[in-house]
Design a protein around this ligand. Structure first.
Ligand code: NDP
Length: 444
């Protein structure tokens, strides 16, 4: 059996019940096979793939807190410190009822390669909890965040592990987490990114993942002689990534016509009104029905459905496994030209393969959504220097980083005769750098 197959089998057997991690593992291993097989015995002797697929450290803890009725609630917290070969662990925290160790490990594993692709010195990690901030009062969210940090603080630090936001963790949560870290550690340091602008946050961090997605997508379209101007764009999600993807898509002349949340979706043939969407989601924290009520051109539909809208470009920006094979078939039948992932692993392996087989340009999240973590690394740099850069400076750096990522991903795909296979290109380019650093650092 080949070394790659052996490792896939062993890791899955040793980590039962972690479906999302298995999916991410398979996707990466299948595409780096060509690199490993150039020098299989060396990789096997050094157990490089086993070391890569086993987190350096995995922390699981109890998070007790008191709700507004005086009832004690208990959630589970996680931090997976996956790989520190190229820098301190870096990756977001997700607060969502679906969170379990398999989801955190899939996100942490992907983060290793994503962070490597940014060209910045950051390792891979991820964390979170099965806590659901939805419907909770600000006081309850604060109580939870303080309890979560009361355990997490001993495992993180500006040069050790620097968490950020993800699903369910935005500016409010990062603020509460930072306050408790500072209080417990008696140190004012850049231990979290995505902070508020008055206490060390970076301009353009809020916009970074969505804007970065569009910078990457535009570079990919240009390389394939497609102009984004005038293109109809279907977007899923209505959170941080989706909102700023829609905003930048409009600035580039595209026309986003959909967005969604976990209960329903909007079709707005006149184009999404971003100011209204921000008001509904960022200020009032309401459902999308409020958007439809305020805008005559918008239709609201219950459930899932954005991929049924005819579009040229699809941007899944909500969550993992939200674009399935049947959705890919509908998109292809409707003439889609490109799919670029804003979320992490939103497209299943079968759907990705179907899109690629049908010559749809496909941008994998670990490359196309790397703008968030890249700008987090820029926030770390500003914190270390005790300086703040302007919005334009950060945005320009972000744009350059995303265009470089595209160029490196495309070059890696071509080097292995897989022209335009950006999934393979991203995995190979990210993998090679991490493995070189691991090799140089000996058996650790
Ligand atoms: P938010 O919490 O801001 O928004 C998530 C959006 O997706 C919401 O509209 C939410 O709807 C919807 N959603 C979440 N879970 C589900 C579900 N199970 N089914 C249907 N809809 C769902 O998160 P972000 O925008 O920050 O993150 C979105 C994706 O992007 C995630 O995959 C995340 O890992 C990835 N990502 C985020 C980065 C960042 O900088 N924020 C960086 C790189 C990747 P509702 O509000 O109803 O739950």
């Amino acid at each position: 059996m080949s070394y790659v197959d052996e490792v896939i089998e062993t890791i899955i057997e040793q980590n039962p019940g972690e479906a999302e991690f298995h999916q991410a593992l398979r996707e990466v291993m299948e595409t780096i096979r060509v690199v490993v097989e150039e020098n299989e015995e060396e990789y096997r002797k050094n157990a490089l793939l086993e070391r890569l697929a086993n987190p350096e450290r995995q922390i699981k803890f109890r998070v007790p807190w008191v709700d507004d009725n005086g009832q004690v609630q208990v959630n589970t917290g996680y931090r997976v410190q996956f790989n520190s070969a190229i820098g301190p662990y870096k990756g977001g925290l997700r607060f969502h009822p679906s969170v379990n160790i398999g989801i955190i490990k899939f996100l942490g594993f992907e983060q290793i390669f994503k962070n490597s692709l940014t060209g910045l010195p950051i390792g891979g990690g991820k964390g979170g909890s099965n806590f659901d901030p939805k419907g909770k009062s600000d006081r309850e969210v604060m109580a939870f965040c303080q309890s979560f940090m009361t355990e997490l603080y001993r495992h993180i630090g500006a040069d050790t592990d620097v968490p950020a936001g993800d699903i369910g963790v935005g500016a409010r949560e990062v603020g509460f987490l930072f306050g408790q870290y500072k209080r417990l550690s008696n140190s004012y340091e850049g231990v979290l990114t995505g902070k508020g602008l008055t206490f060390g946050g970076s301009l353009a961090r809020t916009e970074a993942t969505g804007y970065g997605l569009l910078y990457f997508t535009n570079a990919m379209l240009k390389a394939n002689d497609i102009d984004i101007a005038g293109k109809t764009i279907a977007v899923s999600g209505a959170g941080n990534v989706a909102i700023y993807a829609i905003e930048k898509a409009q600035q580039l002349g595209g026309k986003p016509v959909t967005c969604s949340d976990s209960t329903g979706w909007i079709y707005d043939p006149e184009g999404i009104d971003v100011a209204l969407l921000k008001e509904v989601k960022e200020v009032k924290r309401e459902r999308l029905t409020a958007y439809a009520e305020a805008r005559e051109s918008a239709e609201y539909h219950e459930g899932k459905g954005v991929w049924t809208v005819k579009c040229d470009i699809a941007l899944p920006c909500a969550t993992q496994n939200e674009l399935l094979l049947e959705d890919a078939k509908t998109l292809v039948a409707n003439g889609v030209l490109a799919v670029a992932e804003g979320a992490n692993m939103p497209t299943t392996i079968e759907a990705t393969e179907y899109l690629q087989e049908n010559n749809v340009l496909f941008a994998p999240g670990k490359a196309s959504n790397a703008g968030g973590v890249a700008t987090s690394a820029l926030e770390m740099a500003q914190n270390s220097q005790r300086l703040s850069w302007t919005f334009e400076e950060v945005d320009l750096k972000l744009k350059n980083i995303m265009e470089n990522i595209f160029a490196n991903v495309a070059a890696a795909a071509s080097e292995y005769d897989m022209d335009k296979n950006y999934v393979a290109g991203a995995n190979i380019a990210g993998f090679k750098k991490v493995v070189e650093a691991m090799n140089a650092q000996g058996i650790v």
